[in-house]
Design a protein around this ligand. Structure first.
Ligand code: NAD
Length: 255
């Protein structure tokens, strides 16, 4: 099957200006993708969509959505499908929250919220977006795990975050089994530390240096490092890659 030239990528959590999602949306638009941004910050999602349309000349839409809320997700994807953007070919699940709380201080409420956004949100958006992909017999799903899942924290967030991001890896593999027959690939990307707002604010040079000590490449990641990998995985050349989890952490996984 040829890869359509008119195609939309839906990105959740791509409204934050310094975030991985925003950088990915920009890069995908540069490659000719139409873009739909779903974010809990609806105003920022609309602004990001308008800015990307203006700079890259592609169709875009920005919609407010809380990924942890099924009705909100359903309304948002319905709005994307009813908008002027072409059919959804790719979904990138980036919406996420951190949890820097140590385990003995963790509360059930905070634990539930981390899982509701990071894990249940990924389930809800993916299931809703898959309807159209299955119908059209083409799709790419990429969800963002974290080295925190594989290494057990060690960067900023703690147990709840690590556990929710470990869930993304099992989710990806099990879903890939069911989606192969529909010509839909399902993969995860597992970044090491990247300087974005999720790290509790901009990383100071001191924090960056400290985090870089065990990183073979000697620096923390950039949003563009991660965006490049995601763009490849949703693109036309990645149709035989599925059920994979890509480490992208400058070598931190072996140190
Ligand atoms: P970020 O804070 O810039 O982006 C997170 C985005 O998710 C924000 O735009 C936020 O508004 C949105 N969001 C939060 N709750 C939401 C909800 N309920 N519904 C919809 N949108 C919601 O941080 P980022 O680093 O760009 O994070 C993107 C993804 O990458 C996250 O899943 C994060 O866990 C993951 N990640 C980040 C790092 C890192 O070091 N920055 C490392 C590994 C994985």
């Amino acid at each position: 099957m040829t890869f359509p030239t008119e195609r939309t990528a839906v990105l959740t959590g791509a409204a934050s200006a310094r975030g991985i999602g925003r950088a990915t949306a920009d890069r995908l638009a540069r490659d000719g993708w139409s873009i739909a941004i779903l974010d809990i910050d609806g105003a920022a999602a609309e602004e990001a969509a308008a800015d990307i349309a203006q700079r890259h000349g592609v169709q875009t839409v920005g919609v407010a959505a809380d990924v942890s809320d099924q009705a909100s997700v359903d309304a948002a994807i319905t709005a994307v499908e009813a908008s002027a953007v072409p059919p959804i070919v790719a979904l990138v699940n980036l919406a996420g929250i951190s949890s820097p709380t140590e385990f003995m201080q963790e509360t059930k409420e905070a634990w539930d919220r981390v899982f509701a956004v990071n894990m249940t949100g990924t389930f809800l958006v993916t299931q809703r977006a898959l309807h159209g992909m299955i119908e059209r017999k083409l799709g790419r799903v990429v969800s963002i795990s974290s080295i925190s899942a594989q290494r057990g924290g060690g960067t900023y967030s703690k147990v709840a975050y690590s556990a929710s991001k470990a869930g993304i890896i099992g989710f990806t593999r099990a879903l890939a089994r069911e989606m192969g027959e529909h010509n839909i690939t399902v993969n995860a990307v597992s970044p090491g530390p990247v300087d974005t707002d999720i790290m509790g604010g901009t990383l100071t040079d001191e924090r960056k240096q400290d985090m870089s000590k065990d990183i073979l490449m000697g620096r923390v990641g950039t949003v563009d490092d991660i965006a490049a990998l995601i763009c490849f995985l949703v693109g036309p050349d990645a149709g035989y890659i599925t059920a994979a989890t890509y480490d992208i952490n400058g070598g931190l996984q072996i140190s």
